[in-house]
Design a protein around this ligand. Structure first.
Ligand SMILES: [Cu+2]
Length: 119
């Protein structure tokens, strides 16, 4: 009886439960006081280690605007991930699809340099 109902699609069994690929997320906090060159307000974490495919979200928890600019190993801005000015509470996302070590800084406060390591 059950077989009949299934075969005739009276009962539909969703037996193929394909796992849906989930994007992995990670976060970097721009902490309060990050603007202060004499302070310890480093990006948290300073070196974010993630795996390929991770979406990273930077969150500005500081009282002043910051931005996120990808830079090369000489500190020169490159067009890879480049945020507009982020006000307090603003977020910026970037998906890392290739392995590597990625440097970034804030062009308003260029002493603030961070790293994303993609394994
Ligand atoms: Cu800044």
């Amino acid at each position: 009886m059950i077989k009949f109902l299934i075969e005739n699609k009276v009962i539909v069994i969703d037996s193929v439960m394909e796992p849906v690929p989930q994007a992995v997320n990670a976060q970097v906090v721009i902490p309060n006081g990050n603007f202060d060159v004499t302070g310890a307000g480093f990006y948290s974490p300073l070196n974010l280690e993630i795996s390929v495919g991770t979406i990273v979200t930077w969150v500005n928890d500081d009282s002043v605007p910051h931005n996120i600019q990808s830079i090369d190993t000489n500190g020169k801005v490159i067009q890879l991930f480049n945020s507009p000015p982020l006000n307090t509470g603003d977020r910026f996302e970037f998906a890392f699809d290739e392995k590597g070590v990625y440097n970034y800084y804030c062009s308003f406060h260029p002493w603030r340099v961070g790293l994303v390591t993609v394994n």
